[in-house]
Design a protein around this ligand. Sequence first.
Ligand SMILES: N[C@@H](CCC(=O)N[C@@H](CS)C(=O)NCC(=O)O)C(=O)O
Length: 223
Amino acid sequence: MAEDLKLLRSWSSPYGMRVVHALKIKAIEHETVLEDTTNKSASLLEYNPVHKKIPVLVHHGKPICESLVILEYIDDTWKQRPLLPRDPWDRAMARFWANFGDEKVLPSIWSLFISQGEEQQKEAVASTVENLKLVEDQLKGKIFFGGDTIGYLDIAFGWMANLISILEEIAELTLIDAEIFPLLSAWINNYAHDPTIKESWPPRARMVEKFKILRQRYVSKVE
Ligand SMILES: N[C@@H](CCC(=O)N[C@@H](CS)C(=O)NCC(=O)O)C(=O)O
């Protein structure tokens, strides 16, 4: 039976994509409500009055905000195909690295993407490489961060499998060099092309267009 479940997200949001992937992996039916984050709906403001951001998952009328919190809610509510590991230490580590992704990896990649001038770019490359090496280490002896199959941390890092190559194309740089990051490079390929995941990526050309505009906006702000 279809759940009373709706997901407010935008077509392009990597955070929204996390929720899509978790729901797909667990084969949970839901309604999608596409939001325009430049013109937020009354429901979004009502469901997420604190941050006013997507994604929001609404289950039986009750909203859950913040993508990583939503992933845990999904895992706690629908027990099939668990996403978080069972062992408490492994669970804690998965949460730790997911936070590291949002707090360190994503901001460093973004700074590199919008960096200007040689000096700024050099600094941004150094911190990005340092962060990515730590992420690469988490894949030692594994195909996915979750082991043999996609888990919570894979979904949390899922944005890398899509967004990095888009940013690389726009900024004309290489972030994931297969010689420096062999495990991460293989993971990107495995995650991006996973049969359950691959159909749900946003259209690439539209993403390139969107992120080109975003980059231009940041660059012209600091000029
Ligand atoms: N930490 C949040 C981040 C969500 C987020 O930044 N969403 C963006 C879209 S990608 C948004 O709603 N932006 C609208 C705004 O900032 O006003 C999460 O993990 O859900």
